[in-house]
Design a protein. Structure first.
Length: 94
């Protein structure tokens, strides 16, 4: 999976995410996505980023889950006006 995400089609990125984070099980990916949708304002975009998309950890370039199954996280960014209303400057980054 050495291909750069900038050179990939959306369907290829989706396939990579499903393979890396959900063991190739599209049903688990869909369940994850639907669960996220339940807790956010309507019209909010869900963006996955980080090593699940690039297959390279930012710190050292190691592949996703390089330390064993389920050792990498899935970075989620929420995009939209309503969800940004919940932003707190004194909050923290998880």
């Amino acid at each position: 999976m050495p291909k750069d995400p900038y050179e990939m089609k959306e369907s290829e990125i989706r396939s990579r995410v499903i393979t890396l984070a959900f063991g190739g099980d599209e049903r688990l990916f869909i369940a994850f996505y639907r669960k996220l949708q339940q807790g956010i304002p309507e019209g909010t975009g869900i963006v996955l980023r980080g090593s699940v998309v690039t297959n390279k950890r930012h710190e050292d370039g190691a592949p996703f889950d390089s330390q064993g199954a389920a050792t990498s996280d899935v970075d989620v960014t929420l995009v939209g006006k309503k969800v940004m209303e919940a932003w707190a400057d004194d909050g923290y980054y998880i």
